[in-house]
Design a protein around this ligand. Structure first.
Ligand SMILES: Nc1nc2c(ncn2[C@@H]2O[C@H](COP(=O)(O)OP(=O)(O)OP(=O)(O)O)[C@@H](O)[C@H]2O)c(=O)[nH]1
Ligand SMILES: [Mg+2]
Ligand SMILES: [Zn+2]
Length: 388
């Protein structure tokens, strides 16, 4: 663990964004194979920094035949593929080894992933995630399952870290609702901050949703709304039970793909059911949220909404680690820290123990909320958070 950390710090080269263009060493280090270049769309880290993450399948082209999914095959002796029969679609559900792909005409096909694509993935998992845009070969006549031949480059991803591995929960996500409950289970600011940091890191627009407002005196939580609104995050107080806030959510959902995340039992599925009657997503029937019956939603699913837009209902996570975010990159995930970071005495200031730290000064003067700074420290020291 400690060894890993050391390597990571070397890689960090703090403040890479300020490196001048005439730095030849850096330019050299920047050279990447063409395939890596084309995945720039998969932003898993703040702008302007090199990615340490290898990407499974890269793609620059529009139609079948343009990307490395085929090129890689060519290197080992191109086989004859009839790409004209491929269809494009979107993965709406992953069931073990079978992926449900929705073609453009709305029909769904169960599909396996071609072995070549699997071998290109680092951990063998998550070659394909819900929301992925794919090209697939539909089942032959008489066959039951098709084959995913190519996966397009991803844009926004919702990931979680679990036992040191990165798990993509949803791909090509524009926005993420970070759902918390004001009660049952009680609000945990540090968990909200953790989700917010993850969203910043992935370049996905976060919306803070504070649900179960019917169970509390909302005036006691006005400061939370104020805190996140001042940071520039859309913050909505909702109740799946009495319907407040749902209109606002509905209008936020109208465009693009929104992932619904948050710990188990906060009411993610209930909110979606209330937003679109008829969805009938399974919700926890046990009203006592502390009892078993937790983790009612078990797989992510992409759902088309009547009013436009798509949502991905996700299962609450037991543990939510910020996979792949290095301690030195965290400062960029706390948006209000950004203006202060360049003012610290030491260019590689971690804002934890150093003297003349502009971030700590800002906390002292109240320009940065102390609770947010505490969340930063927790994340910096990689303390796992019980996500439900
Ligand atoms: N009073 C009240 N209860 C709610 C509200 N929203 C959800 N609940 C209840 O909270 C429990 C959990 O709701 P779910 O929708 O299953 O929660 P979830 O976030 O989807 O949980 P997972 O699928 O396990 O991640 C259920 O018993 C719901 O009836 C709300 O706004 N007010
Ligand atoms: Mg659910
Ligand atoms: Zn500092």
């Amino acid at each position: 663990m400690a060894k890993k950390k050391k390597i990571r710090i070397e890689l960090k080269k703090n403040r890479q964004k300020r490196t001048r263009a005439n730095d030849l060493t850096r330019a050299f280090g920047d050279e990447k194979p063409a395939a890596a270049e084309s995945v720039a769309g998969e932003r898993v880290r703040p702008k302007g920094e090199m990615s340490r993450h290898r990407t499974i399948v890269a793609d620059a082209g529009e139609g079948p035949g343009a990307g490395p999914g085929v090129a890689a095959e060519g290197a080992s002796g191109r086989r004859a593929v009839d790409e004209s029969s491929w269809l494009s679609g979107r993965v709406v559900r992953v069931h073990g080894l079978v992926n449900i792909v929705e073609a453009e005409d709305g029909r769904t096909y169960p599909c396996h992933v071609r072995r070549l694509l699997k071998s290109m993935a680092i951990d063998g998992r998550n070659v394909v995630a819900v929301g992925d845009r794919v090209w697939f070969r539909p089942p032959d006549s008489g066959g039951d399952e098709g084959f995913i031949e190519r996966v397009e480059a991803r844009k926004g991803v919702v990931t979680r870290g679990y036992r040191g591995r990165r798990h993509v929960i949803a791909a090509n996500v524009d926005s993420v609702f970070i759902v918390s409950a004001l009660a049952e289970p009680g609000l945990k600011i540090s968990l909200v901050d953790r989700y917010l940091a993850a969203a910043e890191f992935s370049g996905v627009r976060p919306v803070v949703v504070l649900n179960k407002a019917d169970l509390v005196d909302v005036s006691l939580y006005q400061w939370v709304v104020g805190l996140y609104t001042q940071l520039g995050y859309e913050t909505v107080v909702t109740s799946a039970a009495d319907g407040r806030g749902l209109d606002r959510l509905r209008s936020l959902l109208r465009k693009g793909v929104t992932a619904i995340s948050g710990q188990s039992g906060v009411g993610k599925s209930s909110l979606l059911n209330a937003l679109q009657p008829g969805l009938n997503l399974r919700v926890n029937e046990v009203s006592d949220w502390t009892s078993k019956g937790k983790h009612t939603t078990t797989t992510a699913e992409l759902i088309r909404l009547d009013g436009g837009g798509y949502v991905v209902d996700t299962p609450g996570l037991r543990q939510f680690e910020l996979w792949g975010v290095l301690p030195g990159e965290l400062e960029g995930c706390f948006i209000e820290f950004r203006p202060f970071v360049p003012l610290c005495r030491f260019p590689d200031c971690s804002h934890t123990h150093e003297g003349r730290c502009a971030v700590k000064d800002a906390v002292y003067w109240g320009w940065i909320h102390a609770g947010r700074y505490e969340s930063y420290l927790k994340l910096y020291h990689q303390k796992p958070e019980d996500g439900g």
